[in-house]
Write a protein of this length. Structure first.
Length: 281
């Protein structure tokens, strides 16, 4: 038998205290009429982002969600499908199944950015401009905040990259991995996790353009030497030197892409300052 004192008022709801012991407090409001699916998805997303439902925890059952949102099963499933597509939840089957909150991983963000850039066919000059701007900021912070050990690692890593590319037949898989590790260490030296996330995403989205420098015999050794000069400028606390060398890296990248393009003018497209930037150094 259930008595009145078995219930507790939570917002507009009366929630069974027995369910509260299972951490099933109602945290949602009735869905808005006319846009119920969208509203439900937004409410659940907000609860996840705000930490009210932690990664790894199961959402209330479909029946409980129907009760909280005052809507039918079809609308609930529509909302859960949208959240699954966003990568916020995963649906598990079986007796202990249900909708569980996922931990959002940087890998998924990077892959999504890379796919978005490829699908939209973004002009390489725009991507290069963004990357160069980020690198310049990271350089300044890396000089100011990077530990001496990190600076030594950056120089040593750049030296290994140069030595590999000076070989008659360099191992390009290793080259790409070394370049990626250098960029991630470079961002880590800022002591700002947001720059690390951005760098991981940009490595995924822009890696193919950077790789063009290493696969082109005319540019590969110069690119590695430029990396070493950048690392040395950072390690020795010389921002003007490091920033100048970084600028030259992107001049080489633009020139390399143009030399490999059947139509350099088409590559530049609508980017207004492409030719001006190529003649900066």
């Amino acid at each position: 038998m259930i008595f009145a004192f078995d219930f507790l008022k939570v917002g507009p709801f009366y929630w069974n205290k027995r369910n509260m012991k299972e951490n099933k407090i109602a945290i949602f409001n009735p869905a808005q009429v006319g846009r119920a699916g969208e509203d439900i998805a937004l409410q659940i997303e907000a609860a996840i982002v705000d930490g009210k439902i932690a990664p790894g925890r199961r959402l209330p059952s479909e029946r409980e969600l129907q009760s909280q949102f005052h809507t039918g099963r079809g609308v609930i499933r529509e909302a859960l499908g949208a959240l699954k597509q966003k990568g916020l939840i995963e649906i598990r089957k079986g007796a202990k199944g249900g909708a569980f909150v996922k931990q959002i991983e940087m890998r998924h963000v990077s892959e999504s950015l890379a796919l978005f850039l490829k699908q939209r066919a973004i002009n390489p000059y725009y991507l290069i401009e963004v990357r160069e701007s980020v690198d310049r900021t990271i350089t300044t912070l890396a000089i100011a905040r990077g530990a001496d050990e990190e600076k030594e690692q950056l120089v040593a890593g750049a030296q290994r990259l140069l030595e590999e590319l000076q070989k008659p037949e360099p191992d390009m898989v290793s080259v790409f991995e070394m370049d990626r590790d250098l960029n991630l260490l470079f961002a880590q030296m800022t002591q700002n996790p947001v720059f690390e996330w951005i760098m991981r995403a940009m490595q995924s989205g822009l890696g193919s353009h950077d790789h063009a420098l290493y696969t082109n015999p005319e540019y590969r050794e110069r690119t590695a030497a430029n990396w070493l000069n950048t690392a040395t400028g950072i390690a020795e606390g010389e921002p003007l030197r490091a920033l100048s060398v970084i600028g030259y890296h992107y001049v080489m990248l633009r020139n390399c892409l143009e030399s490999e393009s059947d139509s350099p003018q088409e590559l530049a497209g609508e980017f207004p300052e492409a030719k001006t930037q190529n003649n900066r150094f």
